[in-house]
Design a protein around this ligand. Structure first.
Ligand code: MOS
Length: 744
């Protein structure tokens, strides 16, 4: 009898199996097995696959924001050297997809919905010829009579309730705000963000009869296959995606984008492989953006600083008919007390590229604002910001009443504060000056929802005493290869060099994909389940119960009995497919990863320039599967936090709707000189409600609130309380105190 009749994760698996296995590889800071390939340039990324006779496609983008394409003057371009085709009549796709619905409607690219929407593909023998022809292609448009707004603040912007979320309402927030001992009512704004993954979107499409193979850059292969099939009106069974290495995604590759569909159509028409690589500018202009937000936060506290009311209302934007609305209040729902509450998101319909998931959708921008407002409340109440957070950890989720699974917020606050030296902070601003720099400290909580999603993986324990893990899970730079190998090695008692991991091919069992910080725990749980089945077979061969089995370094033992796996397997392979699906645990418990950020900044007393001098983050996200890759995820998140606080901002020209800063020279992600020493503390935790691994998601945790700690440090340094991100020097300089005034 199988222990788990159903793969649904309905009850917490409290056996903590990985605490009883003996190999000792789980959690260790092991190197990524594919690391040498990547640093030596020999890992093959999507555009780098070699095919004979491969033609090159370049997308043509619209130069209007709204209207229709009337005439595409193909013939002059078809006469140019090397040009093979101009594809514009076909239904390609005019919007990037979100990636989790598995549905991508066929779209007629003649309807233009935002500036720089792809409207055609020019294909030529080589890239230069295709680019030249794409630039030369003349297009006539009819501008729409009833344009939709270019900006969410425009009076023309239609504002709607989001399709997929309900407001949270409890008690009477207005009355509570009036009666409270302390009330903070503030409005913040955050700009749009680009994912800014290093590898641009690229696809090589190739047909074999009616079967399509795509070598491309995607995060969620089993969904992406369905999306491609929908777009091309074909069976998903006839689509295969191969993506063993992906150079970052950050949400932008959750769903398919224009180059994939265009390449597939062109390859069919020309009966030869076609490669379409987006330029950096194409990626910025047409691929998913994070919505800008305007957020009102209301905090009502009693005399001790305990929250009795909490309001968080946000205006975000998207194209008409898009379901996604940046879930700004996602963590606000469970983080702090205050039964009198109103949490609500509204979405303005505007003409910009699709808004979707970018680096911790919801929490990244929601938490940075909430945590900045909490700093304002701490000051109003006159208590330490760390203490304010600790006083406001509810026993159960307010309004809903759901219990927490495990929550390391207090531990993160305490350990982070102590490692950082928070006790050295001056409570009042403008107390510390070094030359022309004001020095200040700030902190913020971190929180990110935990999600377990459907995943499958096959594990084979081979007769030669090695193991093979196979799934279409992607590794987008996150460490999937390392972690999945460690789980199998730990469960099967094998040194890590005897475990091989194959990923990123839809001919393998469907993993979770990389998104929402759910890849490692979901696909990892499927790997663990497959290994459990294999352990049962090994136990049977040894003649013991699975619970009594120990395996270490390829030797199985129970009591005094011990035999090498190679001997037990007797020339056979043991192959099992494991799976996991979200079940009742997802509803029965509020599950999240938690943490705390501490930042020290220097603000130039004359120019308002802010430099982050050091940061500490402490994080609890269940079991650490690999201390090196987990730490790197946290580091990366905090670097994103620096960008969100100080530099990143999509700038649109409101005359015609075009994106002004569409490359990495003008859209500023933090560079090395912007990133100081960052300390990451990984807390020990087990969370059986979250996954059989007792692990929770960590991928995006490091950004969720990080920018708030920097905003708060700016205030502590120079007394400038900005409510607009990013906090660039032009915003700071107007409010700076007299640079020559004596420090108090
Ligand atoms: Mo993520 S922004 O769900 O890739």
């Amino acid at each position: 009898m199988r222990l788990f009749k159903t793969d649904m994760y309905n009850t917490p698996d409290t056996r903590n199996l990985l605490d009883h296995t003996r190999q000792g590889v789980i959690g260790k800071p092991l190197d990524r097995p594919e690391g040498p390939l990547k640093v030596s340039g020999s890992a093959t990324y999507s555009a780098e696959w070699k095919f004979d006779n491969c033609a090159e496609g370049v997308l043509v983008l619209s130069t209007i924001a709204q209207g229709t394409v009337e005439t595409i003057h193909k013939q002059p371009v078809l006469n140019m050297p090397g040009v093979l085709a101009v594809l514009a009549d076909e239904a390609m796709t005019r919007r990037s997809t979100q990636g989790t619905a598995g549905e991508a409607p066929v779209q007629d690219v003649h309807t233009v919905e935002y500036f720089a929407q792809p409207i055609a593909l020019v294909v030529a023998e080589n890239f230069e010829q295709a680019r030249d022809a794409a630039l030369a292609l003349k297009v006539d448009y009819a501008i729409s009579d009833e344009p939709i707004a270019l900006d969410p603040e425009s009076p023309d912007a239609e504002v709607e309730d989001p399709a997929n979320s309900e407001p949270v309402k409890g008690g009477d927030l207005d009355q509570t705000m009036r009666d409270a001992a302390f009330a903070v009512d503030v409005e913040y704004d955050t700009p749009g963000h680009a994912s800014a993954a290093m590898e641009p979107h690229a696809t090589i499409a190739q047909w074999d009869g009616d079967h399509l193979v795509l070598h491309g850059s995607y995060q969620m292969l089993s969904y992406n296959v369905k999306e491609i099939a929908d777009c091309l009106s074909m069976s998903p069974k006839k689509v295969r995606i191969i993506a063993p290495y992906v150079g970052g995604g950050f949400g932008s590759k959750l769903g398919i984008t224009h180059e994939a569909v265009a390449a597939a159509i062109a390859a069919k028409e020309l009966q030869r492989p076609v490669r379409v690589v987006m330029t950096r500018q194409h990626v910025f202009q047409t691929v998913m953006r994070r919505s800008e937000t305007r957020q009102r936060v209301r905090l009502a506290a009693d005399a001790s600083g305990k929250l009795i009311g909490l309001g968080h209302e946000a205006l975000v934007s998207n194209l008409p008919d898009e379901d996604f609305a940046e879930p700004v209040t996602q963590a606000t729902e469970f983080l702090y007390s205050g039964e009198n509450r109103l949490l609500e998101v509204k979405v303005a319909r505007i003409s910009r590229m699709t808004a979707g998931s970018v680096r911790a959708p919801g929490e990244a921008v929601g938490m940075q604002v909430l945590e900045a407002a909490m700093d304002e409340l701490a000051e109003a109440v006159g208590i330490d910001p760390v203490e304010l957070r600790k006083r406001n950890m509810p026993d159960k989720v307010p309004v809903e009443g759901t219990p927490y699974s495990s929550r390391m917020l207090a531990e993160a606050l305490d350990q982070g504060a102590s490692a950082f030296g928070w006790d050295q902070r001056n409570a009042a601003p403008c107390q510390r000056r070094e030359g022309e720099w004001w020095i200040g400290m700030g902190m913020a909580s971190a929180a990110r929802v935990n999600m377990l999603v459907d995943a499958e993986a096959r594990v084979t324990l081979k007769a030669d005493g090695t193991a093979l893990v196979e799934t279409d899970q992607t590794d987008i730079g996150t460490g999937s290869y390392a972690i999945l190998g460690q789980i199998a090695g730990e469960m099967l008692g094998l040194p890590i060099d005897r475990v091989k991991v194959m990923l990123g091919d839809t001919s393998l069992p469907a993993g979770a994909g990389s998104g929402g910080s759910f890849g490692a725990i979901s696909t990892g749980s499927a790997v663990m389940r497959a290994c459990e089945e294999i352990r049962k077979r090994v136990a049977k061969a040894l003649g013991c119960d699975a619970e009594d089995l120990d395996i270490k370094d390829g030797v199985a033992s129970a009591g005094d009995d011990s035999r090498a796996l190679t001997d037990l397997l007797d020339g056979k392979d043991f192959a099992e497919t494991g799976s996991i699906k979200p079940g009742k645990t997802a509803k029965d418990y509020s599950q999240a990863s938690y943490g705390a950020f501490f930042a020290e900044v220097a603000v130039n007393a004359f120019t308002g320039e802010t430099r982050v001098r050091r940061m500490t983050g402490a994080f609890g996200f269940g079991r650490v599967l690999n201390a090196k890759t987990a730490r790197s995820q946290c580091l990366g998140g905090m670097v994103w936090g620096i960008g969100s606080a100080l530099t990143e901002e999509l700038a649109f020209d409101l005359r015609d709707g075009h994106l002004v800063n569409h490359d990495l020279a003008e859209y500023h992600v933090p560079a090395h000189a912007d990133v100081p020493a960052i300390e990451v503390i990984l807390l020990e935790e087990r969370d059986a409600a979250a996954s059989p691994l007792q692990a929770k998601g960590v991928g995006e945790l490091g950004i969720c609130g990080a920018a708030g700690s920097i905003a708060n440090a700016i205030y502590n340094a120079c007394g400038v309380r900005l409510r607009s991100f990013p906090m660039t020097l032009d915003k700071v300089i107007d409010q700076l105190p007299d640079p020559f005034a004596k420090v108090a």
